[in-house]
Ligand binder design. Structure first.
Ligand SMILES: O=C(O)c1ccccc1N[C@@H]1O[C@H](COP(=O)(O)O)[C@@H](O)[C@H]1O
Length: 213
């Protein structure tokens, strides 16, 4: 089970999340978000991760930013992955990939019913609710297990309390959380991060053992 912890704003907290087992750290650069991070701080986070944990994915999260601008920013600030929110399509992904090869596109079942067809061309598809970064849960029942076929990531309103059920229900390859591991908007809570990672991995192990049985 791949786990991304999103919305980190300082290197120490990012490194703590890695020690707890995060596979990816997300940094949000989106005006209006309580997690919006200035470029110099973002660069400090990517530098710390690159030194201490180069295997961990460093993900720039943007919303409504033109794909080419976002890709320039990601590559300039030392990110390894670009996560695009805000209605981007296949052409935007291709544009971004000219600057940064690893691009994830966020979408929702509400805006993209085609998802049920089970095909996507970017490295990862991130299936979210309709208000990214809001912490609002959505109807995970709308996804039939394994309908998306391969490495997709579930996001939107996940918490340490609901992630195990969401993983069991959807059969997702990975999970992504921002608000659900905070004590206040933009303030990460280490204990909630630890509990989230444990719960997600535990649910994935149970899924594996029940499919072996
Ligand atoms: O976290 C944010 O503030 C944010 C802002 C703009 C775009 C995306 C954002 N976060 C991403 O949103 C989803 C779900 O977040 P949450 O767990 O419901 O708060 C996730 O993909 C985050 O990476």
């Amino acid at each position: 089970m791949y786990v991304k912890i999103c919305g980190l704003r300082d290197p120490d907290t990012a490194l703590r999340a890695v020690e707890l087992g995060a596979d990816a750290i997300g940094v949000v650069m989106s005006a209006g978000s309580p997690r919006d991070t200035p470029a110099p701080d973002a660069a400090r986070i990517t530098a710390a991760l690159s030194d201490a944990a180069p295997e961990v994915d460093r993900v720039l999260v943007v919303r409504h930013t033109p794909a080419a601008d976002a890709a320039d920013l990601a590559s300039r600030l030392g990110f390894t992955v670009l996560q695009l929110h805000g209605g981007h399509g296949a052409a935007d992904v291709s544009t971004a990939q000219l600057r940064i090869p690893r691009v994830w596109r966020a979408t929702s079942l509400a805006s993209d019913p085609q998802l049920r067809a089970g095909e996507f061309s970017e490295e990862r598809l991130l299936v979210d609710g309709t208000r990214p970064g809001s912490g609002e849960p959505w109807d995970f029942d709308a996804i039939s297990p394994d309908a998306l076929g391969r490495g997709w990531i579930l996001a939107g309103g996940l918490t340490p309390e609901n992630v195990a059920a969401a993983v069991a229900q959807t059969g997702c390859w990975g999970v992504d959380v921002s608000s659900g591991v905070e004590s206040a908007p933009g303030v990460k809570d280490i204990d909630r991060i630890a509990r989230f990672i444990r719960a997600a991995r535990g649910a994935a192990l149970s899924n594996e053992s029940s499919s072996d049985a």
